[in-house]
Ligand binder design. Structure first.
Ligand code: SAH
Ligand code: SF4
Length: 385
């Protein structure tokens, strides 16, 4: 039996919480300006006000209208009367033996989502989620077994970066010298969910993260990982154009149909054609192909050779991810020898082929292990009376 592409999940509608004021977080610059005007800011001041509020929110990480000291008192009052500054709440924070931090965050509606911070030599990567759960059902992925799915809002997506900055103490402090090293130097959309199934919110959130007057991470430091939603890859290239990572995981449609069911809709040829069209793919910027190593399933030398053949002419890099087990998972991790042999073949063909070291496995923070604990405990809501 094969899993359906999108199973019978319960998609939770995203209702604005009642009785709460509109949130300023997550609005793009034009939307922020429009909101300020709608609340009574004179049009001719609106551009300046937008810039000031933006700086408080995203440069200083300020959460209190009263502390926005360069704003006139009556304007601060206008903000406080009309708006909120609302971020996800940290429910738990687990720190792995290797320094990886996993945050469980509560968002509106009581739903939960996970974010992972991975410190490395000279860099720090924040792995953020785009959905609660995922409607796709890749057979090796824990997130795909979660029955409740809801798209995150732009506020909840940029909010993950802001909350992690809070925890790491990374906001600048007025009067103190600018810190040179960045704790969060890279953001990857590789947490829970399929980012191209929630593209508009992901785009708005990443545009906020990239804005030079705020968090200011360049597009070269942001990577979006997709399981291969082909039509949205073109849109992503046109409207966001961050680095692309593609979850390939198999070199034949027969196998990929099984382990990445979305392949039945967008097979390998179409996926690779979309990669070739991706802006920048023709020159210096390489596309990352993710390949989860499943013992005895997709890890033979013959498959490595076929992979090289498929990628011919594409500026690519292959990220080999030893399978990370989760409770009840149906696979085993490839042997280290199989992973090394596979990597050697890909390298010999001229593609860089790093083996991703699992991080935070002890706290279930590694790739594909995210699935919120409360969700693990929750009864299937569809069977509830
Ligand atoms: N939905 C997107 C992004 C999230 S998953 C996507 O599928 O690309 C991030 C990466 O982790 C993907 O390449 C995914 O296939 C991989 N992954 C999922 N489960 C895994 C597991 N158990 N072990 C190792 N990698 C896994
Ligand atoms: Fe969804 Fe990605 Fe997991 Fe597949 S690997 S189920 S697309 S989160």
């Amino acid at each position: 039996m094969t899993a359906p592409i999108t199973p019978d999940v319960l998609t939770i509608p995203r209702k604005a919480p009642e009785g709460l004021k509109p949130n300023l977080i997550g609005l793009t610059r034009p939307a922020l300006r429009a909101a300020l005007i709608a609340a009574g800011t004179p049009e001719k001041q609106a551009k300046m006000r937008e810039g000031q509020v933006w700086q408080w929110l995203y440069h200083w990480g300020c959460r209190d209208f009263g502390a926005m000291t360069n704003l006139a008192k009556d304007f601060r009052a206008l903000l406080a009367t009309n708006f909120d500054i609302r971020l996800p709440q940290i429910v738990t924070r687990q720190v792995s033996a290797d320094g990886t931090r996993k945050y469980l965050l509560r968002i509106d509606g009581g739903h939960e989502v996970e974010t992972v911070y991975i410190p490395e030599e000279g860099r720090g990567t924040l792995c953020i989620s785009s959905q609660v759960g995922c409607t796709l059902t890749c057979s090796f992925c824990h997130t795909g077994t979660q029955k409740l799915v809801r798209n995150l809002t732009a506020a909840e997506i940029v909010g993950q970066v802001m909350v992690a900055r809070d925890d790491l103490g990374e906001w600048p402090v007025p009067g103190e010298p600018k810190r040179e090293e960045r704790l969060i130097s890279n953001v990857v959309l590789m947490g829970m969910g399929e980012p191209l199934y929630n593209f508009d919110n992901v785009r708005d959130a990443m545009q906020i993260v990239m804005d030079g007057e705020g968090i200011a991470l360049s597009r070269r430091r942001i990577t979006l990982s997709t399981s291969g939603v082909v039509p949205m890859m073109d849109k992503c290239g046109a409207e966001l154009n961050v680095n692309l990572a593609v979850s390939l995981h198999a070199v034949t449609n027969e196998l990929r149909d099984q382990i990445v069911p979305l392949n039945r809709k967008y097979p390998i040829e179409e996926l690779l054609a979309a990669c070739r069209r991706y802006p920048g793919a023709s020159n210096a910027r390489r596309i990352t192909f993710e390949y989860v190593m499943l013992r005895g399933v997709n890890d033979t030398p013959a498959e490595a050779h076929e992979l090289v053949r498929l990628l011919r002419g594409l500026p690519a890099k292959v990220n080999l991810i030893p399978f990370n087990p989760w409770p009840g998972s149906p696979y085993r991790t490839s042997t280290p020898e199989a992973v090394r042999a596979f990597a050697a073949i890909v390298e010999a063909a001229g593609y860089s082929s790093p083996i991703r070291r699992p991080r935070g496995r002890d706290i279930l923070a590694a790739c594909g292990q995210l699935r919120t604990e409360s969700e693990r405990r929750r009864r299937d809501p569809q069977t509830e009376a």
